[in-house]
Design a protein around this ligand. Structure first.
Ligand code: DP6
Length: 331
């Protein structure tokens, strides 16, 4: 009897960290050096299908319609974690697409590995609990551990050497505090240095790396309190501080990592001006030049309109907070 073809399709959304993750305590298991806190978005999506097919000799991976040998190896190694649990060797065909620019600082690896983890789990009939899925998604990308969940999510750095305590967990539902995020796109080009390489370079060369990790751990506790109290001003202070401290440690690497462009800086100034005029908004920026403006409910339209006027901003999209990764279809 031939083994059955097993497939599933899952959807996941990117998340935006308000307390940033930038540095690992273990490269092999992809363990973060500090915890982080994020919001999962609802307007940007990754849709991933995985099909374990006994007729395949090798994994076949199509990302946004293209094959890439390095990505295929990375995804094959990720799927090995699931194959090992299921006790199968079957190769898979993976098709994944984003409805937003890939690799441009919009957390495509977060939604990508979260969707793949959920699809592979369903296709192989593993039925893992979401904590387990978060642990596995982390192996693909640290931020992917957070996109397993919706709303406000906290990722623990953990202490264990085997990494079994480094997973994300939901902190607050999106409906409990429906903040909005304006994503201002300042370029659609792929970034020159991936997060993974940038983190490694920062850890190895920045004289401020240890201080950065200590700050991130301290900010996490304060941000958790701010979220649970729905204290926007406090979260705004902490969110901008965490973002700027991360970029400061990036800049202090040797040679320095500069992810911003001129429009990035103008967007930051615009957001500060809006805040002085009474808008409930703060910025955050990841390893790329896009600016995410986190807004109090009802303030996003005004913020998006202002950001669209900033020279160099190609588009400003409003997103609510969304749900975690989920299966769409499967057999
Ligand atoms: C700047 O999760 O992409 O977006 O674990 O190496 O895959 P790897 O890194 P990744 O890094 C995300 C970095 C960040 C900040 C954040 O999302 O916390």
């Amino acid at each position: 009897m031939t083994a059955p073809i097993r497939y599933a399709t899952a959807t996941a959304q990117p998340n935006i960290a308000l307390v940033k993750y930038w540095g690992k305590r273990d490269d092999e298991l992809n363990l973060p050096a500090a915890g982080s806190l994020s919001v999962t978005l609802d307007a940007l999506h990754t849709r991933t299908s995985v099909r374990f097919d006994p007729a395949l000799d090798a994994d076949d991976v199509l990302l946004n319609g293209e094959r890439d040998a390095a990505q295929t190896r990375k995804i094959g190694a990720f799927l090995d974690l699931f194959r090992a649990r299921a006790g199968v060797e079957t190769r898979a065909r993976v098709e994944s697409g984003n409805d937003f620019p890939t690799g441009a600082g919009l957390a495509s690896s977060a939604s990508g590995f979260a969707a793949l983890a959920v699809a592979a789990d369903r296709a192989l009939g593993l039925n893992l609990a979401s904590r387990e899925l978060s642990l596995l998604a982390r192996r693909g990308s640290g931020s992917a551990a957070r996109s397993i969940f919706g709303g406000f999510v906290e990722m623990a750095a953990g202490k264990r050497e085997d990494g079994e305590d480094a997973f994300a967990a939901p902190l607050l539902d999106a409906v409990a505090w429906p903040l909005e995020v304006v994503v201002a796109i300042t370029t659609r080009a792929k970034k020159a240095i991936t997060s993974r390489d940038g983190m490694d370079h920062t850890r190895k060369t920045s004289p401020f790396y240890r201080d950065w990790i200590a700050t991130a751990n301290a900010d996490l506790g304060d941000a958790r309190v701010a979220v649970l109290a729905r204290d926007f001003d406090k979260l705004a202070r902490l969110g901008e501080a965490s973002c700027l401290a991360m970029h400061a440690v990036m800049l202090s690497a040797r040679p320095g990592l500069i992810y911003w462009n001129a429009a990035t800086l103008d967007c930051m100034r615009c957001i500060h001006a809006l805040r002085r005029e009474g808008a409930g908004v703060f910025f955050t920026i990841d390893a790329g030049p896009q600016v995410k403006a986190v807004c109090l409910p009802g303030h996003a339209a005004r913020v998006a309109a202002a950001l669209r006027e900033v020279q160099g901003v190609e588009e400003a999209q409003i997103s609510g907070l969304g749900e975690g990764a989920r299966v769409e279809a499967g057999a």
